[in-house]
Unconditional design. Structure first.
Length: 403
């Protein structure tokens, strides 16, 4: 709290939120109260670089809302007064009226019902007092009330140099936090780059990546932390402060409009289409892709009176099934070889299909059995891998399926 008994300035206060609410009560002595701010990089004792805040001025008891850039210091100035006795108290608006001035509490709550900064012109009239105002007199009229920041907070900024466009405190004390922001660069300037950054202390900043709110093929995989053109980008807010700044300046004016929301960044719905191609994306499915139709190929089998050496597929492939019948009264064996040419019976056998007498061998393998070189087959009457005994014509008939 500060009490003016003459013209001058109040003590400087470091900003810890985007808006400071200040109550003015007592005798102005015909003077005018204005607000000033100064950049955080200037020393505490600086007296000549204070910047007036045009929207703040009062000549009668009132409650004012002072917009302050995060981290900047502010103070009040009383000028033109004669014998003033004016108390200044910074307040935060809890929700009960007990022990406080009920009409004022209701007025504050009504004015702040829509959220956002509260600015009240018809503050209750000052009580007549003699001497400095006491703490009890101040408490008789002032009520701490939660000043809830409005959801959908609109922030704007512009620059004609390498400077900050805007900085927003996204987690002010005793108020709901903002969790996402949509930034629109309405004027990109010429040869300028805008960087988007977050920080917890307002001193050390890190780049944050955003996304376009409307997905297109051109924006796929594009999560920028900077922009050079007029654009709309959506960012998550996971730190206390968010800012946009001109990191590289060319010429012209760079302008931005941002909307901060308490809900998290929405997930953009994407309509993704695949073009016709022979390429397999990820190659993780069970689909057969050896032919244009994506189906398996048939290899027809009718045994001759030989070892029936033949090529099923003269390249790497997969055997995905078979249906083979045996017309003989003894077992018959189809041997598979990993080879791209006609194999030699009794050598290089990697798989044996045994067909019972006057029976059927049938099997489906959806994922297939891989052959790295090619698929060759022989048909013999012995079970041993080295067997090369020919069968009788017509002993084995059926089909094999490969991809």
């Amino acid at each position: 709290m500060h009490i003016f008994t003459g013209n001058g300035v109040s003590d400087a206060v470091a900003s810890d939120s985007a808006v400071a609410h200040v109550a003015l009560r007592g005798a102005f002595g015909g003077g005018l109260v204005t607000a000033e701010t100064i950049a955080p990089d200037l020393p505490d004792g600086e007296t000549s670089n204070w910047i007036p805040i045009p929207s703040v001025a009062a000549s009668a008891p009132t409650l004012i809302a002072i917009p302050i850039p995060a981290g900047w210091r502010w103070r009040l100035r009383l000028s033109g007064a004669t014998a003033p006795n004016l108390a200044v108290a910074r307040i935060a608006f809890p929700a009960t009226d007990a022990g406080w001035n009920a009409p004022l509490a209701g007025l504050l709550r009504s004015a702040g019902a829509a959220g956002g900064p509260i600015s009240i012109a018809n503050f209750p009239a000052a009580q007549a007092v003699t001497g400095p105002l006491t703490d009890a007199q101040l408490r008789a009229a002032l009520v701490p009330v939660l000043a809830r920041p409005a959801d959908g907070l609109l922030v704007t900024g512009s620059a004609t140099s390498a400077a900050t466009l805007f900085t927003q405190d996204c987690a002010p004390p005793d108020a709901p936090a903002f969790n996402s922001v949509a930034v629109q660069i309405t004027n990109p300037g010429t040869g300028c780059t805008v960087a988007y950054e977050v920080s917890n202390d307002g001193l050390t900043w890190s780049a944050v990546t955003g996304s376009t709110p409307l997905w297109t093929a051109a924006s796929a995989g594009n999560n920028p932390s900077t922009s050079t053109t007029a654009a709309m980008l959506v960012f998550p807010v996971f730190a206390r402060f968010f800012r946009a700044r001109v990191s590289t300046y060319g010429s012209g004016t760079v302008a931005a409009v941002a909307v901060f929301r308490q809900d998290a960044r929405p997930i953009t719905t994407m309509n993704v289409g695949l073009i016709a191609t022979t390429a397999a994306i990820g190659d993780v499915g069970l689909q057969l892709r050896a032919t244009a139709t994506g189906a398996a190929t048939i290899h027809h089998v009718i045994a001759a009176a030989t070892t029936n050496a033949a090529v099923v597929k003269a390249a790497a492939g997969r055997l995905v099934g078979w249906c083979l019948g045996n017309a003989a009264a003894a077992w018959r064996y189809v041997k598979l070889h990993n080879i791209a040419s006609a194999p030699t019976a009794g050598t290089g056998v990697v798989l044996t299909i045994a067909i019972p007498p006057n029976g059927l061998a049938q099997h489906d393998i959806p994922a297939g059995i891989g052959f790295s070189t090619g698929i060759g087959r022989t048909i013999v009457s012995g079970f041993a891998d080295a067997d090369a005994t020919a069968v009788t014509a017509g002993d084995v008939v059926g089909d094999m399926f490969f991809a």
